[in-house]
Design a protein around this ligand. Structure first.
Ligand SMILES: [Zn+2]
Ligand SMILES: [Zn+2]
Length: 147
């Protein structure tokens, strides 16, 4: 585990994602990946824009929006609905999201923890659960304990 200083590039694996999805490695896309990697969570496009412009003052918000959308559409990023906002995260590691309705905490869980649920739904209802990106609502450990 290492943390990168602000303005550092994204890890090689993420840069490789851009190659594999046939996206050009522009400075802005690299900055967006680095910001999300460093944040270790999901961010709104306005927050992404604010942080990206801090690193690259020559870009504007609409450019950030366009690039975030392109990166989501190509599968490098993914988006979730969270408290009325759209948040963007890295899609590299398939995961689902646990959202605490009380305090708003968002926790990522590896998609494989859901494999048995997905298999059950497939056999009982023929429903093919999306392999990643589910948002599950409930109460986090702290909030459930406080009740
Ligand atoms: Zn996510
Ligand atoms: Zn909570």
């Amino acid at each position: 585990m290492h943390t990168q200083p602000s303005g550092a590039g994204p890890s090689a694996a993420l840069v490789d994602d851009l190659f594999r999805r046939k996206l050009r490695r522009t400075g802005l896309r690299m900055a967006i990946l680095a910001i999300l990697e460093q944040a270790g969570t999901h961010l709104s496009v306005s927050e992404l824009g604010r942080l990206a412009i801090a690193v690259q003052p020559t870009i504007n918000t609409s450019t950030v929006y366009r690039n975030v959308a392109a990166m989501r559409d190509s599968g490098v990023l993914h988006s979730i609905d969270y408290a009325g906002e759209t948040l963007f995260g890295l899609a590299r590691t398939p995961h689902h999201h646990l959202v605490c309705d009380q305090c708003g905490t968002l926790v990522e869980i590896p998609a494989e923890q859901f494999a048995s649920v997905a298999a059950g739904l497939a056999s009982s209802c023929g429903f093919a659960l999306s392999p990643a990106g589910q948002v599950l609502h409930g109460r986090c450990q702290g909030c459930a304990g406080a009740l």
